[in-house]
Design a binder for this molecule. Sequence first.
Ligand SMILES: CC(=O)N[C@H]1[C@@H](OP(=O)(O)OP(=O)(O)OC[C@H]2O[C@@H](n3ccc(=O)[nH]c3=O)[C@H](O)[C@@H]2O)O[C@H](CO)[C@@H](O)[C@@H]1O
Ligand SMILES: C=C(OP(=O)(O)O)C(=O)O
Length: 428
Amino acid sequence: MDRIRIVGGERLTGTIRISGAKNAALPLMIASLLTDETLTLHGMPRLADVALLARILGNHGVDVTIAGKRAGQDSNDGQTYKLTAAEIVDTTAPYEMVARMRASFWVLAPILARCGEAKVSLPGGCAIGTRPVDLHLVALEALGADIELDAGYVIAKRPRALKGARIHLEKVSVGATHNALMAAVLAEGDTEIVNAAREPEVGDLAACLVAMGAKIEGIGTSTLQIQGVPSLHGAAHRVLPDRIETGTYAMAAAITGGDIFLEGARAELLQEALVALRSTGVEVYEEEGGLRVSRTGSLEAVSVETQPFPGFPTDLQAQLMALMCTAKGVSEVRETIFENRFMHVQELARLGARIDLRGDTALVHGVSGLRGAPVMATDLRASVSLIIAGLAAQGETTIGRVYHLDRGFDRLEEKLRKCGAQIDRIAG
Ligand SMILES: CC(=O)N[C@H]1[C@@H](OP(=O)(O)OP(=O)(O)OC[C@H]2O[C@@H](n3ccc(=O)[nH]c3=O)[C@H](O)[C@@H]2O)O[C@H](CO)[C@@H](O)[C@@H]1O
Ligand SMILES: C=C(OP(=O)(O)O)C(=O)O
């Protein structure tokens, strides 16, 4: 299993080009199931999750062609995917595939809408909490689907057509909003999704669906109004820049007292994350074509609570915690989305961090410095928090189980190395 080795203490300077967002790319690829014409996606990130989803979609009959340089080749641009679901040949998404990536559960709605039935394994993904799917199923039932659970599979059937309805999502759920939206665009009549997730990746999916001929109002708000259409057509769409990758490299710049231009990053995608970063003393400026992040003064403690967008994102919680390890004072980090998203705490402690866990809250007592050590990645964002800490730690840090990292970070070592980090991958 590959490991990443970092020799910390280098100040990062330079430019990092932000890739397309994983959490937008995956639902966009799945949207290709909604039409028999070609969906072209530009600016796709080179990620293990994207490659795995391409295989899963291939099993359903989607023809996938990829243009652009592959991982490891020197290119700043993302890849272009052409996805054509001329015919859906298999309406089952098997356990072996779906268990490896939670997002693949979202094939449920488009396959159901288009083929009349779908059998999809209950999902897997990062071990950060129980991650139920009840809201997804309630939404599809509201549109007239008949749902059964059998041997770990969701079996959904629809009558002749799904029927538009009012769907009230009890809790803000990105995944349930994706599934509800993809079912509603092909339902007969009007649907209203109330308490929809406002995450930019939901907006990106909705914008792509509109380009494919869907009728959706209220994009970017918590009420989505959809007028169903009989069919969708092909379209071309560029994937949104990754706000989590943006926040992650912003924190890498900050912890090393560096100065990095994040090319392609957009401030409006960060919201509370930007507020939190600035209150730690980090300077963030909007410049032509991106954001500049630098730190010259001391790092100050900050308290955050994870919330749905525009709140502080759960996907940046681990990274902020790493940053706060060397801040002045005590930071309070409360996780409200997932009940088990603190696996990075014990690994950060190996690097010398002082963190007390009290239920859903971590109290991070800033220390004067971290020291390198061998650590283990436990999930996607936890693993990158160890990279951030390792960049600031004196001496060598090695991070095991980096396959978690490869799920969601496009050429991370290459990007950091270009800014002066001493980081490499040890194969084995
Ligand atoms: C709102 C939110 O921050 N969502 C995050 C969530 O999306 P993801 O789509 O994985 O999860 P949801 O947004 O659906 O979950 C949000 C909350 O709702 C609960 N829930 C969800 C579905 C359901 O049917 N029943 C239910 O109770 C979940 O347990 C969780 O507490 O994880 C992703 C990966 O880390 C992040 O990118 C998303 O930003
Ligand atoms: C945990 C994540 O992904 P997934 O929902 O696929 O597990 C993530 O994007 O941080």
